[in-house]
Design a protein around this ligand. Structure first.
Ligand code: GLU
Ligand code: ZN
Length: 294
């Protein structure tokens, strides 16, 4: 068996077209992979049918192609892999770390502490007799603990979180049957043998929850690098919710230059005025992780 030295990924949610914020994550993960002689996979995180915009996944892939970004292997769609998440929950259930939660939104809002990560669920249902829940619509949560979960981010250094007090027991499967991002991302990163995760810093607080799940499953923990997040003039993260403009493909090179400059890289003038293929040729060789602002 050959060991994979570097396999990275870009994992967009198809909630709208690629915008500058998601382009930064795409470019950062792509360059880190290519600079290190690694593979770069694309995974469409389309589990949330309610937030998905029809055509967005195809549009994102097309934009990546138009920008000259070449992924390795087949694109993976989470919506086609729900059996994997189902099996993963069974595994956790057999360990006795999963419980059913029938709290309504209002009950959760009334009983939880508000944190930057959302509501910290106080574990209301964890001590209840689970037999009562079987016939009722319920979410599935995982029991957490308060031992610190630590990891070393390649940019920010050591990060640590105590899940029980900082996030609470979190959801693995919602009451409507949707598998949670935290579960799916752990299953997929392991199943796809991802060795390096490069993504926006808005997800750094999710990483300890993901490491906790990896530890329970006995999966390897990938290396993590969390990139700075692009914000608009109001200081809000660029996203569909904040009405970020789609990438204008008619000036693709300028968009790429802006993305690498945002990541602290210094493309020379002739590269910023040349072609997309010259840009990538330069960028693959000149990616400097230490220049990324943090
Ligand atoms: N699908 C997530 C997003 O678009 C990214 C997940 C990840 O990189 O772990 O924000
Ligand atoms: Zn509950």
């Amino acid at each position: 068996m050959t060991t994979i030295k570097y396999r990275g990924r870009f994992a967009p949610s198809p909630t709208g077209p690629l915008h500058f914020g998601s382009l930064v994550a795409a470019v950062g993960s792509y360059l880190d992979a290519r600079f290190n002689g690694g593979e770069w996979r694309v995974r469409i995180e389309d589990l949330d049918g309610q937030r998905e915009v029809p055509g967005a996944a195809v549009g994102i892939l097309k934009t990546l192609e138009q920008l000259g970004m070449e992924w390795d292997g087949e694109v993976v769609y989470q919506s086609a892999r729900t059996h994997l998440y189902h099996d993963a929950i069974n595994t956790l259930q057999s360990m006795g770390v999963v419980y059913s939660c029938t709290c309504s939104r209002k009950e959760i809002a009334d009983s939880s502490i508000v944190s930057s990560q959302g509501l910290i669920y106080p574990g209301t249902c964890s001590a209840k007799d689970q037999r009562h829940f079987l016939s009722k619509v319920h979410a599935l949560r995982i029991r957490t603990h308060n031992d610190p979960i630590e990891f070393r981010d390649r940019l920010k250094g050591i990060c640590s979180q105590r899940l029980l007090s900082e996030t609470g027991d979190f959801v693995l499967r919602r009451a409507d049957g949707m598998f949670a991002y935290q579960l799916a991302v752990v299953v997929d990163d392991a199943q796809q043998q991802i060795t390096h995760v490069v993504r926006g810093a808005d997800l750094i607080a999710s990483t300890p929850r993901q490491i906790y799940l990896q530890q329970l499953f006995g999966f390897l923990t990938p290396h993590y690098l969390h990139l700075p997040v692009a914000v608009n003039a109001m200081g809000e993260k660029l996203s569909k919710q904040t009405h970020a403009a789609p990438i204008d493909i008619s000036n693709g090179l300028q968009q790429l230059v802006a993305a690498v400059q945002f990541l602290g890289q210094k493309p020379p003038v002739e590269i910023t005025e040349g072609t997309i293929s010259c840009f990538w040729e330069w960028a693959f060789k000149n990616w400097q992780q230490h220049l990324i602002p943090h």
